[in-house]
Design a protein around this ligand. Structure first.
Ligand SMILES: *[C@@H]1O[C@H](CO)[C@@H](O)[C@H](O)[C@H]1NC(C)=O
Length: 125
C-alpha cells in the first residue's frame, strides 16, 4: 500500500514538473504554417496546410464554418497537418458545400490553438 502511494506521488510530481517546465519554456503551441485563402476549382482536389510547433503529442483537426470535419471519402487529413479535399464541390447533393471558412485546431496537453480562417471560394465560371 505504501509503495503504491509513493508511486502515485512520484507520478504526480512528475506531472507537476513537466507542467512547470512546459510553462517556463514556452509550451504554447504556435503555428509555423497557417492555411491561406484560396480560390477553388470545381471538381478538382484542393489542399490546405497547417503546421504547429509545440511539445508532442500534438493533434490537429480541421473545421469548416466552425464545425469539425471528419475524415471521409472527400476529406483526408495527413499527419503533417495538411487537409486534402479530394474533389471540391461548390454545392453537393446533400445541400452542403465545400466552400467556407476553414480553420485548423491544434492541441497538446498544455493547450489549444486555432489558426486564422482561410476562406475557400469557388472560382466563378
Ligand atoms: C503533407 O503531406 C501530403 C501527403 O504526403 C503532401 O501532399 C503535402 O504537400 C504535405 N504538406 C506540406 C505542408 O508539406
Amino acid at each position: 500500500m505504501a509503495t503504491r502511494r509513493r508511486c502515485l506521488l512520484s507520478r504526480l510530481l512528475g506531472l507537476l514538473l513537466s507542467a512547470l517546465v512546459g510553462v517556463t519554456h514556452g509550451s504554447e503551441l504556435s503555428f509555423t504554417l497557417e492555411p491561406s485563402d484560396i480560390i477553388a476549382v470545381q471538381e478538382q482536389p484542393l489542399m490546405l496546410h497547417c503546421q504547429v510547433d509545440g511539445i508532442p503529442p500534438i493533434t490537429t483537426q480541421w473545421r469548416r464554418n466552425g464545425a469539425a470535419l471528419s475524415e471521409d471519402h472527400n476529406y483526408a487529413m495527413f499527419a503533417n497537418g495538411s487537409l486534402l479535399i479530394g474533389r471540391f464541390q461548390q454545392t453537393k447533393s446533400d445541400g452542403s458545400a465545400d466552400e467556407g471558412d476553414y480553420e485548423c485546431v491544434a492541441q497538446n496537453s498544455f493547450g489549444l490553438v486555432v489558426s486564422r480562417k482561410a476562406r475557400v471560394q469557388a472560382a466563378s465560371k
